[in-house]
Design a protein around this ligand. Structure first.
Ligand code: ATP
Ligand code: MG
Length: 375
């Protein structure tokens, strides 16, 4: 097992295309870290640089404390699993898994024992004599993972390993990967586009954009306290709603803002002396926007028009609009009352502690307790 640390790591192609702009990241020994970010932001490039499949233009990569920039891939103690599992088609499952150990010159009896142990863990024992073409996609992906495990690497790198699998297999493999991490305790770095994989597998999630880190934190940190508009909009499904607002009053523990509809909403954000008229973006997650019947009478409820409704079994995704705001999304859990009918009117509550404000630079206005601590 090994820690992985990156300091000022840069990747530049042809002396001009910089795709990784000085990444600093410390991954602890045994940690499960997930990389997410839009397509093209540099996740695979960074992973391949850690594996030694791409050179490092500048900065330092340390694996287990040792400077690894110029260490050969085979000497880094790393195993990588890709989206396209690229098994050797002419070899059996056993031989695919044994291949690296044979190359490394291990004794046949040791190889057999290692492969059989890993095959049992991954429930591949019945398939050891089959060829890859006679396996399902999930079984093939398990062989690819098994092939990586038998080498007992210090660090696993996964680049979207489950994205070729169907939905139910992904869920099954996700649980198996999580179990495997608990059992092996090996450091794992995992790239995914899947929100659920990121939230459920990661001890920490790293959000990238344009070759830079936007935020590093635990899944709950990132969900509840995104550092900026980008992270807030990137994590969460359906996406966070964003509304353009302006301040009308503030106090140390709240900022009152005017929505495009003219309604006033108080947000639990470190206000202090925010000038009237200061512009912000208000963010609220669909699952926190509470949709109430039209006859609800509480203060602070916003009248809305119900548009499209999507039923997902236990919940409904309801699109609502109000003056100046089209298509806000609210999730309604169906154990509560039935969702309002399309075309009807309803009331929306934006709970102050669940709303976030972002300044015009896109940075999150800190929560009140944070600003009090800082004062
Ligand atoms: N040889 C190259 N020369 C120039 N640019 C390159 C080269 N290889 C990759 N890139 C660029 O590097 C950037 C990062 O690519 P990378 O594959 O790391 O993205 P990614 O985050 O893994 O995306 P995806 O989610 O689509 O897999 C992209 O903009 C890509 O076009
Ligand atoms: Mg990629």
């Amino acid at each position: 097992m090994a820690a992985v640390s990156l300091h000022g790591v840069v990747k530049r192609y042809d002396d001009k295309h910089t795709v990784i702009h000085g990444v600093d990241l410390d991954i602890r020994d045994g940690e499960f870290v997930v990389f997410v970010g839009p397509s093209g932001c540099g996740k695979s490039t960074l992973l391949r640089m850690i594996a030694g499949l791409e050179s490092i233009t500048a900065g330092e990569l340390r694996i287990g404390g040792r400077l690894a920039n110029d260490v050969a891939p085979s000497e880094r103690g790393i195993a990588m699993v890709f989206q396209s599992y690229a098994l050797y088609p002419h070899m059996t499952v056993f031989d695919n898994m044994a291949f690296a150990l044979k190359l490394a010159g291990h004794k046949p009896a040791d190889i057999r024992a290692a492969v059989e142990r890993v095959a049992a863990t991954l429930q591949l024992t019945p398939y050891l004599q089959r060829k890859p073409k006679d396996l399902s996609g999930g079984q093939r992906q398990r062989v690819a993972i098994g092939r990586a495990i038998v080498r007992k690497p210090d660090v696993f790198l996964f680049d979207e390993p489950l994205s070729n699998l169907d939905a139910s297999l992904r869920v099954q493999m996700r649980v198996e990967l999580s179990r495997l991490h608990q059992e092996l305790g090996t450091t794992m770095i995992y790239v995914t586009h899947d929100q659920v994989e990121a939230m459920t597998l990661g001890d920490r999630i790293v959000v990238f954009s344009g070759g830079r880190i936007e935020q590093v934190g635990t899944p709950l940190d990132l969900y509840h306290r995104p550092a900026n508009l980008f992270v807030a909009g990137f994590l969460g499904s359906p996406k966070m709603n964003f509304l353009q607002v302006e301040a009308v009053a503030s106090a140390p523990d709240f900022i009152a803002v005017r929505l495009p509809s003219g309604d006033i909403v108080e947000v639990a954000a470190g206000g202090g002396d925010v000038a009237r008229g200061t512009r912000f973006t208000l963010g609220v997650r669909p699952e926190h926007a509470a949709l109430l019947p039209d006859d609800a009478e509480d203060a602070g409820l916003l009248p809305v028009q119900v548009g499209h409704v999507e039923f997902l079994g236990d919940q409904a995704i309801v699109y609502v609009s109000m003056a100046g705001v089209d298509d806000m999304v609210a999730v309604r859990y169906l154990s509560e009352q039935a969702p309002p009918a399309p075309g009807s009117r309803a009331k929306l509550r934006l709970p102050p502690p669940r709303c976030l404000l972002f300044d015009t630079n896109g940075n999150t206005v800190p929560a009140p307790e944070l600003s009090t601590c800082a004062a």
